[in-house]
Design a protein around this ligand. Structure first.
Ligand SMILES: C[S@@+](CC[C@H](N)C(=O)[O-])C[C@H]1O[C@@H](n2cnc3c(N)ncnc32)[C@H](O)[C@@H]1O
Length: 264
């Protein structure tokens, strides 16, 4: 998969490309990342990328021209492929507090696009990080396919949201996680929150590890974890749980959780 980022602060992205799971995915070649700085696509001495808003008011607005040129260069990079490599489809995404809220489903769909489809095409994401008051609306109309938000609050720039999206997408790529099953247990993947986790030592501050986890009975451990995931989801995010869609085992586990009963 290829991810291009249009940003005034390319250095920030080393946080994703050089560390942890995402850093390893880059190293393994599961994802190629490239940054395109709108300043490199200016023609004036000051490398101007912003200007005052028409109509007056505070702050500055990113100009359409340098952004368009940077997206153009990112498209070319997306389409450059060595012989035998798949062709690429491009999705231009603007990170914006006014966009659709990013969810696991959206992230999983972006990651799935990284697999070559029946036309032999893979998807490249071009992520545009805004700054100042935002970007000229005409750039959005001309170049951007989708807008995504990471939450109902305003950050100073789109770099952190772009990194959030990248991390979430990259960890879904086949081979990115050391243990393939670990993504399956994560919150939201199967529509539930994750169960609680414990590690050594067996006692911390007077609190002990639930005995079932040390029983060696894998069936019982699986049922306990599933019960915890169901119960936690109902307590913390009830809107995620639709009781009608639960099967009989899940209903029994949830009823047991409510009564404080452990699964048989
Ligand atoms: C200070 S914000 C501009 C906010 C804009 N004036 C508004 O209220 O919609 C600067 C940039 O940060 C990014 N940004 C800020 N909050 C965000 C969020 N919650 N999700 C995604 N991007 C965000 C966007 O790229 C935006 O262009």
């Amino acid at each position: 998969m290829k991810i291009a980022i249009v940003t005034l602060f390319p250095e920030m992205f080393s946080a994703v490309t050089e560390y942890g799971i995402t850093g390893r995915a880059v190293e393994q070649g599961l994802v190629s990342v490239a940054c395109f700085n709108p300043r490199d696509f200016t023609s004036d001495r000051h490398q101007t990328v912003d200007d005052r808003p028409y109509g007056g008011g505070p702050g500055m607005v990113m100009m359409a021209g340098p952004l368009q040129a940077a997206v153009g260069a990112a498209r070319q990079w997306a389409e450059s492929h060595e012989l035998g490599q798949e062709l690429s489809r491009v999705r231009v995404i603007y990170l914006s507090p006014q966009g659709q809220m990013l969810t696991h489903q959206a992230v999983a769909e972006m990651a799935a696009g990284a697999d070559a489809d029946k036309d032999g095409q893979t998807e490249t994401l071009i992520l545009v990080a805004g700054r100042y008051e935002g970007v000229d609306e005409r750039f959005l109309e001309l170049e951007v396919d989708e807008e995504w938000s990471i939450g109902d609050y305003v950050l100073s720039g789109g770099e952190l949201p772009a990194m959030v999206l990248m991390d979430a997408v990259i960890r879904q790529l086949p081979g990115a996680l050391g243990h393939q099953d670990s993504a399956q247990q994560d919150s939201f993947v199967a529509g539930l929150l994750d169960c609680p986790h414990y590690t050594r030592p067996p006692e911390v501050g007077g609190l002990e590890v639930p005995p079932v986890l040390m029983s060696g009975d894998h069936g019982a451990i699986r049922r306990w974890r599933h019960q915890q995931a169901l119960g936690r989801t109902e307590q913390r995010r009830p809107e995620l749980l639709n009781e009608q869609e639960l099967d009989d085992e899940q209903r029994t586990l949830l009823a047991g959780y409510r009564k404080g009963l452990k699964p048989e």
